[in-house]
Design a protein around this ligand. Structure first.
Ligand code: S3P
Length: 177
């Protein structure tokens, strides 16, 4: 499989969708989001899939989706936070594209997710006071997979353009753009 896509991976709230959309526009590639692709395909929201079919069913949809994505034209793809951490998905990502880990500190993630947990099935019913511990535990399980990315890009504060500039620099260096 020829490497072609630009994948953004990272924990929920790391800014994959924001950075991905802006990056795609600036380098003139289509943008895709694995959650959105699953919602389009199943005609259900991610929240409903978790609720009605369970997390395992969602993880199967994610893995199946990777095969379909590999056959699409080059795109910038925001990848659901859990996707790289199941099955052998991180390998499939690495084999078919450049994998960029959008990396935010625990404190930044807690701050962002506290404001925006309502539509996220894995944390929506976690009490605010339990949220830091929950995020820390999930992150510590997942970071080993995120660290298998090709490139690490920090995304702190509220300056997505800085992360985008870092990514563009990497893409130029690797002659991807
Ligand atoms: C998940 C992250 C979500 C979505 C689902 C599960 C996870 O995507 O795929 O709620 O396991 O971390 P985002 O990372 O885009 O929020």
């Amino acid at each position: 499989m020829k490497k072609k896509h630009i994948y953004l991976i990272g924990f929920m709230g790391s800014g994959k969708s924001t950075v991905g959309k802006m990056l795609a526009e600036q380098i003139e590639l289509p943008f895709m989001d694995t959650d959105q692709l699953i919602e389009d395909k199943t005609n259900k929201t991610v929240e409903n899939i978790f609720q009605e079919d369970g997390e395992e069913a969602f993880r199967i949809l994610e893995t199946d989706l990777l095969v379909e994505i590999e056959n699409k034209d080059r795109a910038v793809i925001a990848v659901g936070g859990g996707l790289p951490c199941y099955k052998n998905n991180i390998k499939a990502l690495r084999d078919s594209g450049l994998v960029i880990y959008l990396n935010s500190s625990l404190l930044t993630l807690i701050k962002r997710l506290r404001l925006d947990k309502g539509s996220r099935p894995l944390i929506k019913s976690v009490l605010d006071e339990e949220l830091p511990r929950k995020i820390e535990a999930m992150l510590s399980d997942r970071v080993v997979f995120y660290k298998m990315a090709d490139v690490f890009v920090p995304n702190e504060g509220n300056n997505p353009q800085k992360a985008i500039d870092d990514i563009k620099r990497e893409l130029t260096k690797r002659e991807w753009i």
